[in-house]
Design a protein around this ligand. Structure first.
Ligand code: SF4
Length: 629
């Protein structure tokens, strides 16, 4: 086989042993790589119904088909486990040189079973697996951990994925870091922490064999040239932070825990303001010529030396959504999350939930007391200082509040409502337990559907259904019979990129159009030059449907029902009062109608289950046996 080694590495932390599994070519042609293959590995290796923080929940990594090749933006891998935040599939992507070392070590996937009794790091050095004591790394931040491990080996080719203190403390909104990039959402850090796995390091010394290296290089150079032209210009200059003003103008910028979609100080937290006053440099993921990551740096004042890459989703969550107009506090809070190993989005949305509780008088200053801040503090919307302090408290589970918020809005609101007989779930902004993204879905009806049915919860990246709404392809304020097919099409389109994986920001660099017609034939050529297969447009299109289907199948096996496809209470019952998106909600009637359309478009039953014939048609016969109806 070209492009793959044909080998999956299994590592057992309980028994401290490892073994090899070979997979047939057909398996690779069905699941390809990234989030799809990682989910398939979960499907094969998990104990269904297990506690996500138990030894029965494996950590599954699957490399990208183009990692280690010249293909631009192809240096990514997928990471999946059962999510401790949602109880369903937790699948993430990350783009770093870790994926190159992974490829050069000649493994297509890694499954980490069991749990260690003592804290360890695992070092995979080509085909050797070593278990190393990690006690001296405990408490270190993610950058410090990666540096310490690299120094121990004295070799820059050793690349590490690791957790920070938040993962060690089993925070369900913690994540996994590698080369400063994140497998960010659904609580992977807690899964690693539950296994006492502080880090996974890789060194690979092999070349990557592809079927037609000359053709692959020629295709890659064409994409490289296009990636430095007008199709990626907006990403190269401001990155995704340009969304702040765009979303504000549309009345969709989450403000004060999604109470409004217009933030009066949006200019002060905009990408333009960041660029002018705080930009230190731009950085890129592995194999990326675009370099969309804007690094913000605070030079002086209370947050001096805070420095982090800043993306829109981190920025909305840790500024406007907390009512904070202080860019320096936002940079500091994002830096804290990244260094302590937490999902910026879930952390920001969880803090904004706590701020709303404080404003409503449910929490008092005393609730924020902890060893670090024995006097407690005020936590009104707009307090950058409170936001920053809370990021530290959450990572370390400091005090009542740090412990409560470390597990995200769903668990925090459930606990609070039981303890104090409140209804704070009404402003707990999550879907299936995963905190919602930076687009208010009340006035984006196709997107609302895409989010509600999403397999990993409130995630914009896995649906992309905001596109037809925002571009005016449909009326974003109303529903009609086209939305089921649109939501299916956008989620499967996104799933192709997440499976290869290729960064979606390259999508216009094939023919100038960000659609299937433009990209799929070009992607088929890349796959064929890498593997020697004979993929065409339809084969590429199927990658997305299969990837989405295996994730959905995983969720069904874990007990998913139609009622799990829902939206936060606020989006269904409370209107915004300001801006062009004011007075919109998604009613229960609209949502149920949209779900009917979507299940029908997918070829599923009205209950959202998958018929056996559908699974067989997709080449998933064993899955059909298990969950097909
Ligand atoms: S465009 Fe941005 S997110 Fe995409 S691979 Fe490049 S640096 Fe990473």
């Amino acid at each position: 086989m070209h492009g793959y080694s044909g080998k999956i590495l299994h590592i057992d932390l309980s028994e401290r042993k490892s073994w090899l599994e070979s997979k047939p070519e057909k398996w690779y042609q069905t699941y390809i790589g990234g989030v799809s293959m990682a989910t398939r590995l979960c499907w094969e290796n998990i104990t269904p119904g297990c506690d996500p923080l138990s030894a029965e929940n494996p950590i599954c990594l699957a490399n990208g088909i183009f990692a280690g090749t010249p293909v631009p933006v192809g240096g990514k891998f997928g990471l999946a486990s059962k999510s401790p935040l949602t109880g369903f599939i937790g699948d993430s992507l990350s783009g770093s040189w870790f994926s190159t070392s992974f490829k050069r070590a000649e493994w297509d996937g890694i499954v980490i079973h069991g749990a260690s009794e003592d804290w360890v790091t695992v070092f995979v050095d080509d085909d050797m697996v070593e278990f190393r004591d990690a006690s001296h790394l405990l408490g270190l931040g993610t950058t410090e951990t990666e540096s310490a491990i690299r120094d121990e080996f004295g070799d820059d080719q050793v690349r590490t994925a690791c957790i920070g203190p938040a993962g060690e403390n089993l925070g369900r909104i913690s994540n996994v870091s590698n080369d400063g990039r994140k497998a960010g959402r659904t609580g992977h850090g807690a899964v690693w922490g539950s296994k006492k796995l502080k880090g996974l390091s890789m060194r690979g010394t092999h070349g990557v064999e592809v079927a037609d290296s000359e053709e692959l290089l020629r295709l890659s150079l064409d994409i490289l040239e296009a990636a430095q032209g007008p199709h990626t210009q907006k990403y190269r200059i401001l990155g995704t932070t340009s969304n702040v003003l765009n979303m504000n103008k549309l009345g969709l910028l989450p403000t004060k825990n999604y109470q409004e979609g217009v933030f009066e100080d949006a200019e002060l937290i905009s990408g333009e303001y960041l660029h002018e006053h705080y930009k230190a440099k731009t950085i890129a993921c592995a194999q990326c010529p675009i370099a969309c990551e804007q690094v913000g740096w605070v030079k002086e004042g209370p947050y001096a030396e805070a420095m982090s890459h800043i993306e829109y989703e981190s920025l909305f969550a840790l500024s406007s959504n907390c009512g904070v107009n202080d860019m320096e506090a936002a940079i500091k809070a994002i830096t804290n999350c990244n260094e302590l190993g937490m999902d910026t989005m879930s952390t920001g949305v969880t803090i904004s939930w706590a701020m709303e509780c404080y404003e409503r008088g449910i929490f008092t200053k005393e609730d924020f007391e902890c060893e670090r801040y024995p006097e407690g503090f005020e936590a009104n919307f707009g307090s950058g200082m409170a936001m920053v302090k809370l990021t530290e408290m959450i990572a370390h589970r400091d005090g009542y509040m740090g412990d409560l918020l470390a597990d995200g809005t769903q668990r925090a609101s459930t606990l609070l409502d039981e303890e104090r007989d409140m209804e704070s779930y009404k402003w707990a902004m999550n879907i299936k337990g995963l905190e919602t993204p930076g687009y208010d879905a009340r006035a984006l009806k196709t997107f609302a559907l895409g989010l509600s049915v999403g397999t990993r919860g409130g995630c914009h990246n896995r649906t992309a259904a905001y596109d037809p709404d925002i571009k005016g392809q449909v009326d974003r304020f109303s529903v009609d019979e086209t939305r089921g097919k649109l939501a299916k099409g956008t989620e499967e389109y996104a799933a192709v990129y997440d499976t290869l994986p290729l960064c979606k920001f390259i999508r216009r660099c094939f023919t100038g159009k960000a659609d299937r017609e433009g990209a799929w034939p070009a992607i088929a050529k890349l796959i064929n030059a890498t593997t020697g297969w004979d993929f065409d447009y339809d084969d590429v299109d199927l990658i997305g449907e299969r990837a989405h289907t295996i994730k959905k199948a995983f969720n069904i096996r874990e007990g998913w029902t139609r009622d799990d496809d829902k939206l936060p209470y606020r989006w269904k019952h409370e209107e915004m009062t300001k801006g062009p998106s004011a007075e919109s909600v998604v009613t229960d009637e609209e949502l149920e109608y949209l779900k009917d359309l979507y299940y029908e478009a997918k070829g599923w039953t009205p209950d959202g289950l998958i018929p056996k014939e559908k699974l067989v048609e997709l080449g998933m016969e064993d899955v059909a046996e298990d969950i097909g109806v």
